[in-house]
Design a protein around this ligand. Sequence first.
Ligand code: IDP
Ligand code: MG
Length: 138
Amino acid sequence: MTTERTLGLIKPDGLERGKQGQILDVILKKGFKIVAMKQLRLTKAQAEGFYAEHSARPFFASLCEYMTSGPIIALALEKENAIADWRTLMGATNPEKADPGTIRKEFAVDLEKNTVHGSDSSQSAHREVPYFFSALER
Ligand code: IDP
Ligand code: MG
């Protein structure tokens, strides 16, 4: 296994309900290094660009509206096998189907407001980490 970096987001519902401290604690306890972190609020154009792969999906407009509804926390996470391990720790997209002990099972509101994002592949991680962090920040 090799050391990888992946993008994590704590989405607006997580900050809205004050869950960011507990989520960061879980991330650190699971052995991820937080190599970059910032809180920001996405513009509509930035949300649409980030989720461009979903632009034809029926939930796209609602997703982008939700993602701009409040601040988020962006994280560059590093560890061995970080991409797959962060997806595992997040849990299934639909929190009703997420395994016990996952962040989405514990914290998510519903299928849309599912509290966290994670890159789904090496290719996505290479696009998404620089979407949020400049070379000087990571
Ligand atoms: P992922 O976040 O687990 O990778 P994706 O399929 O990439 O899931 O979807 C991106 C985000 O879009 C989800 O995390 C969720 O917030 C939202 N989403 C996905 N599917 C639906 C849906 O069927 N209805 C509403 N929102 C959805
Ligand atoms: Mg995805």
